[in-house]
Write a protein that binds this ligand. Structure first.
Ligand code: B12
Length: 252
């Protein structure tokens, strides 16, 4: 057994994964689901990257991303493949095939891949430098998507103040005031806490700051309609759309 705590954690997670695979779901359903999903992924580009994420190969994924970049792959395509893998991890979790240890490892695997990809993501130069405040809403600790958005904003020439995860409306209001921000970009991944967005909207109104900022939101459970319903000015389905919409909002 290794003395490296991270390796021990990975080994335990994989053991847990096989244990739950054996008990949780009837074998034939599991095999059919896996066949259908992996077949779909097979038809897409860079399926080896998606599969490596699904298989939680945290130690090897950085090398594969590097290899793809050296072969001339577009960083956006690599990001797309990683996101498809992540979506499949989410589905496996919903189907009780994966559990919390696998979600944690998937997060670590995505972070390892993204570390290599990060310097290659470019969105063009912003002609206007404006402060953007980013945060994940209160009660929510997911930050991988938000951090991708931040990287793309920074590489686009924007100034970003990141308030991290599980962020209260008060902290956001305080930061808008302090930095004279023009954009607040909120991430929400949980249906249970996504309504925090309307709390932030309300707190900004009460502080008399709502008219001076634009509120954009993103995250898996949201949609254009839901975003509007919660009081946002815009919704971004992914980081690329997010950056484009932020540029549009700044021009309004
Ligand atoms: C990794 C992960 C985790 C990791 C998070 C690690 C981290 N540092 O972020 C850990 C293990 C901590 C975790 C914990 C939990 N998770 Co979780 N997690 C995931 C998983 C598998 C992937 C999320 C992710 O990183 N995706 C990849 C990134 C790139 O995508 P993204 O976040 O959607 O971001 C993109 C866009 O949405 C958009 N975007 C995101 N934010 C913003 C913001 C703006 C302004 C804009 C414009 C765009 C934008 O751009 C991004 C890049 O293109 C998802 C499943 C899924 N497919 O989403 C579940 C998922 C979100 N988790 C889920 C759950 C239930 C939990 C837990 C409650 C589990 C538990 N029992 O404890 C806890 C919650 C803890 C908490 N309080 O937050 C559920 C939520 C279900 C629901 N309907 O609410 C999901 C959907 C899994 C599932 N299918 O059931 N999780």
């Amino acid at each position: 057994m290794s003395n490296n705590p991270r390796k021990v954690w990975i080994a335990i997670s994989k053991l847990l994964m096989y244990r739950t695979e054996l008990h949780a779901i009837p074998l034939e359903k599991r095999l059919l689901l896996r066949f259908l999903n992996l077949s779909l992924i097979d038809m897409m580009q860079f399926e080896d990257l998606s599969k490596m994420l699904i298989d939680l190969e945290v130690d090897d994924i950085a090398d594969l991303v590097q290899e793809k970049l050296e072969e001339g792959a577009e960083p956006q395509e690599i990001l797309g493949a990683l996101t498809r893998g992540m979506n499949e991890v989410g589905r496996l979790y919903e189907e009780n095939e994966y559990f919390l240890p696998e979600l944690v490892l998937a997060g670590e695997t995505m972070k390892a891949a993204f570390k290599v990809l990060k310097p290659h993501l470019k969105t063009g130069d912003a002609d206007e430098s404006s402060v953007i405040i980013t945060a994940t809403v209160q009660g929510d600790n997911h930050d991988i998507g938000k951090n991708i958005l931040i990287t793309m904003l920074l590489s686009g020439g924007f100034e970003v103040i990141d308030l991290g995860t599980d962020c209260s409306a008060d902290k956001i209001v305080q930061s808008v005031r302090e930095h004279k921000a023009r954009i607040v970009a909120l991430s929400a991944l949980l249906t249970t806490t996504m309504r925090e967005i309307s709390n932030v909207n309300k707190s900004l109104q009460e502080a008399g700051l709502r008219d001076s900022i634009k509120l954009i939101v993103g995250g898996a459970p949201l949609s254009e309609n839901l975003a509007r319903e919660l009081g946002a000015d815009a919704y971004g389905a992914d980081a690329v759309e997010g950056v484009r919409k932020i540029k549009d909002l700044l021009e309004e």
